[in-house]
Design a protein around this ligand. Structure first.
Ligand code: NDP
Ligand code: X2W
Length: 361
């Protein structure tokens, strides 16, 4: 519908923008390629690897043979700037913090998928991530790209810090009810579960098949690096400091995050009230879908898509609210939201290149 109008404008106005991807051999990078291939306003001009420069991306990813024909470029900011206007850094935390300043210096716009620019207070970042923080000016400059909430700040930004996967699911589920003042901010408990692709493509004992198959593990309890990110955003929304209890679990599935969040209600609100509140809050935001009463979302219902689906249960017996929010960690939790942010940054329709239905079953 919008696509016809948009593409006409685009054809009249000029060329596609050129994008480069650092970390193109990782799960986030490969997912960026999958979506950007179908994006009408973007051309991928450089795929970059620190360890495999000079070889073909398709040697490791034969399924992309029709899509990427270039050899992998090395990590050279001046060379990237000569080939591209915008660069996605799908690189580990600690790596992005050092590389992004050089890419900005070279004149590129940057969308960073790591945690390095999400936390505004450098000392808080250093406590949770155990890396040296990027210099404070850049932390201030980076726009926290939770697309549905900070879209106006993302528009025209030069550096976007893409949110964490767990943070995205948790925050989209909690912000409307916290913003409305319907819950006690001191009562928030988040029970979060992720598929193993959330840990990236590298192998480890944690994600080894025999260790995770037919198994369910809690990890980083009270120590997860998304805790300060979630607390920072909830504090902005509440206008006062908010702390949360947050427990992550690894589930034997490839993709998907489910966050089950509990909070005490400050009044008598029905599920109907909550559905009305959330549908109003996310009106016109196509990637957030609010379920009908008594229907809770499942990870399969967003698999491979940029949707965040949300459902509720309000318990009049305990006075507690349960919010269930699901996303695909590599799409809405990483590459999809990064492209949504590119669209917002450029002033395009936020769904451009992202209108894919979930893969089901
Ligand atoms: N997986 C997920 O669900 C999510 C991931 N993220 C974040 O996105 C980022 C990418 O994650 P993901 O793709 O899963 O991770 P992967 O481990 O799958 O990939 C990371 C990539 O970074 C590249 N890399 C490593 N070191 C360097 C370096 N020094 N310079 C340049 N490139 C380097 C590696 O490629 P090569 O050696 O070829 O250069 C690798 O392909 C991380 O910060 C992660 O925390 C965020 C949300 C969700
Ligand atoms: C399953 C799994 O291991 N998931 C990762 C989340 C990845 C992520 O989003 O981490 P950043 O904040 O570094 O971007 C984790 O829990 O650390």
């Amino acid at each position: 519908m919008y696509a016809a109008v948009e593409s006409e404008v685009w054809l009249v106005n000029g060329e596609k923008i050129k994008v480069a991807i650092v970390g193109s051999t990782g799960y986030g990078g490969v997912e960026l390629i999958r979506f950007l291939w179908g994006h009408p306003r973007v051309e991928i001009t450089s795929v970059i690897s620190a360890s495999s420069a000079g070889s073909l991306l398709t040697e490791g990813f034969p399924h992309l043979s029709e899509i990427v024909v270039q050899t992998l470029d090395g990590v050279d900011p001046a060379e990237i700037a000569a080939k591209a206007d915008v660069v996605f850094t799908a690189t580990p935390s600690g790596v992005s913090g050092k590389l992004v300043p050089e890419l900005l210096e070279a004149g590129l716009k940057v969308i960073d998928l790591s945690g390095d620019f999400r936390i505004k207070d450098g000392s808080v970042y250093e406590t949770w991530y155990k890396h040296t923080a990027p210099e404070n000016g850049l932390l201030e400059k980076a726009v926290y790209g939770l697309s549905e909430i900070y879209d106006k700040k993302v528009e025209g930004a030069g550096l976007i810090s893409n949110p964490g996967c767990y943070s995205t699911a948790t925050l989209l589920g909690l912000i409307p009810v916290l913003d409305a003042g319907w819950i006690d901010p001191a009562s928030i408990i988040i029970d979060a579960k992720s598929g193993v692709s959330g840990a990236g493509r590298g192998t480890s004992l944690m994600t080894h098949y025999a260790e995770i198959n037919e198994n369910l593990k809690a990890y980083k309890v009270n120590k997860h690096q998304h805790i300060p990110e979630i607390e920072q955003t909830l504090s902005w929304v509440a206008g006062k400091p908010v702390t949360v209890t947050f427990t992550t679990h690894l589930v034997p599935m490839t993709r998907g995050i489910m966050c089950t969040t509990y909070a005490s209600l400050l009044g008598t609100y029905t599920e109907g009230d909550l559905i009305e509140l959330y549908r109003g809050f996310y009106k016109g935001r196509p990637f957030v879908r609010v379920r009908e009463k008594g229907i809770w979302p499942a990870t399969k219902e967003v698999f491979g898509s940029n949707y965040c689906d949300i459902g509720f249960a309000a318990d009049s017996r305990t006075g507690r609210l349960t919010i269930i929010s699901v996303i695909d960690n590599i799409v809405k939790g990483a590459a999809g939201q990064a492209i949504q942010n590119l669209n917002l940054m450029m002033g395009w329709d936020e769904t451009t290149g992202l209108k894919l239905s979930p893969v089901y079953p």
